[in-house]
Design a binder for this molecule. Structure first.
Ligand code: HEM
Length: 506
């Protein structure tokens, strides 16, 4: 997701960097004391630099201490408290670092806008989709999307069977590797992308399909641009530094949206009002219905195309990276892997895992929950914006302020989780061995704008993990350097690419 990372990139050539830095340093020294670098109405926080705000400090911490953006925010929370303010570029940002403040803010009606996506503004005929829209437009697209996700069976047995088919395909791809070391990401991504694709486009792809790789490559490329400059999306004043990146982002977006437009046109040509086979059909049907009734609506083709892009981006990598972390933790902790496998063997007795088995597999489900806590693939969630001046946290928070939820800090708070940096699935089991999910576990965010794919994501994680553990023992690859639990921040918080061996259990 849009995870704040600092934005200077290799595209700036060395001389430009040098002269820019000299100018910037001189300029900054002059106006440092003349200009407040954080809105006075926000809670106290660190001072930043003119124009760039706190970004240089974040980058500096990354270079010098190996900190990620979320680590920097955690350190600042130790100093300034759970709620603090700072500037990113020219924008005021309110950083929320504990469960109570995130919950309070995100359940408030005024705190659920998104900042304007400066990268795509001023482009004609471009909808803002579900992810970047605000107000009535967002409400209508989100309500429609959630209703349709439900009607296509999310949370229902029929749809779980589609995921099961995908899990079987994943297992047979892994089986082909015959226990040799492999890199899981190129297999996990098609699997999770296919699940979302079957809902949206009504089709799945084979793992070597060119169209599938076209979508994945494109999402990756823009993830990289966004990852190396999440702030870039929302902070217009920073864009002058990264013209090439913006060009690349827009080009990639153009290409993928053109592809989705083509698919939508085909659906329009072949539309049959009596058969709603996927999300696009349902959307077209709703558009026609609104037109017939003369009803004003935001459901138009440009928002459809953008929403498709949003759902693919938000729905595939989050899930595949969580699976990738789960395989890594289970390989690093063979005793935990064995305990989950024993539970699966005892309960399922070689039968195929089904969604209904979840209550009978508490330890296996606890493994998934612990992975979501410890890995937190969206450590800083997705940035919100304040829709109107709002009194909260003892301050008058101005309209337009960006709000960054530090989910990482919530999930690693030693006051909530004993030994927070350890992988301990049993922390989610009560004395009867049943799962208890504390409200402070919020990998999908919380409140009015929380992830609409939560149920789907959870279904996928359960079905994929049970299938994988039933069929394979995951082991470190011999002769390779030991697995590391280090990650890197791009579109999601992802494990450093690793190789494991999957030995068949049969
Ligand atoms: C493990 C899997 C997933 C995780 C950890 C995750 C996490 C998140 C988080 C933290 C947010 C931001 C919420 C906020 O703005 O406060 C979000 C938003 C979103 N997610 Fe997910 N997500 C996952 C899977 C999915 C799936 C499968 C879908 C597909 C339906 C999806 C679709 C979305 C969309 C469309 C948004 C934006 C919602 C809006 O702006 O109203 N996510 N997700």
């Amino acid at each position: 997701m849009l995870l704040f990372d600092f934005m200077f990139s290799e595209t700036l050539n060395a001389s430009l960097v040098q002269s820019s830095l000299v100018c910037l340093a001189t300029f900054s020294a002059i106006i440092w004391w003349l200009r407040p670098s954080r809105s006075r109405s926000l809670p106290p926080g660190p001072r930043g630099w003119p124009i760039l705000g706190y970004l240089p400090n974040i980058k500096f911490s990354e270079w010098c201490n190996g900190y990620q953006t979320h680590d920097v925010m955690c350190k600042l929370a130790e100093k300034y408290g759970a709620v603090f303010g700072l500037k990113i570029g020219s924008k005021d940002v309110l950083v929320l670092n504990d469960y109570e403040s995130i919950k309070e803010a995100f359940h408030h009606t005024n705190m659920n806008d998104r900042p304007e996506n400066a990268m795509i503004k001023n482009i004609d005929n471009l909808g803002t989709g579900i992810l970047f829209s605000c107000g009535d437009k967002w409400k209508e697209i989100r309500k429609f999307t959630i209703t349709k996700l439900k009607s296509f069976g999310i949370g229902k047995r029929s749809f779980a069977e589609n995921i099961t088919i995908e899990a079987e395909c994943l297992n047979s791809e892994i089986a082909k590797i015959q226990g040799n070391p492999f890199y899981s990401r190129p297999l996990l991504e098609p699997a999770t992308l296919n699940v979302i694709s079957s809902i949206l486009l009504g089709q799945r792809f084979s793992y070597d399909d060119e169209e599938l790789h076209f979508i994945l490559d494109n999402l990756h490329r823009n993830g990289k641009v966004v990852g190396s400059g999440g702030a870039l999306l929302f902070v217009p004043s920073l864009q002058i530094f990264l013209k090439d990146k913006i060009k690349e982002y827009r080009h990639n977006l153009d290409v993928v949206l053109k592809y989705f437009r083509g698919i939508v046109s085909k659906h329009q040509e072949e539309f049959d009002p009596y058969i709603e086979k996927d999300y696009i059909d349902a959307y077209i049907s709703e558009m026609r219905h609104n037109k017939d009734k003369g009803k004003q609506s935001y459901l138009d083709v440009s928002n459809l195309v953008m929403t498709l892009g949003n759902l693919f981006a938000a729905g595939s990598f989050t899930t595949s990276e969580t699976l990738s972390w789960a395989i890594l933790y289970l390989t690093k902790h063979p005793e935990i892997q064995k305990r989950a496998q024993e539970e699966i063997d005892n309960v399922l007795n070689q039968n195929q895992p089904r969604l209904e088995d979840k209550p009978s597999l508490p330890y296996t489900w606890a493994v998934v929950l612990e992975t979501m806590r410890l890995a937190t693939v969206g450590p800083l969630g997705v940035t919100h914006a304040v829709a109107d001046d709002t009194r909260m946290f003892g301050c008058e928070i101005p309209k337009g302020t960006m709000i960054m939820p530090n989910l990482w800090n919530v999930h690693h708070d030693p006051a909530l989780w004993s030994e927070p940096n350890e992988f301990k699935p049993e922390r989610f089991l009560n004395e009867n061995g049943q799962v208890e999910e504390p409200p402070q576990l919020i990998p999908f965010g919380t409140g009015r704008r929380s992830c609409p794919g939560e149920q789907l994501g959870k279904m996928e994680l359960f079905i994929f993990i049970t299938h994988l553990l039933q069929k394979f023992n995951f082991k470190e690859a011999e002769g390779e350097s030991p697995l590391t639990l280090e990650g890197s921040l791009g579109l999601t918080w992802s494990p450093t690419p690793y190789h494991v061996c999957a030995h068949s259990r049969e």
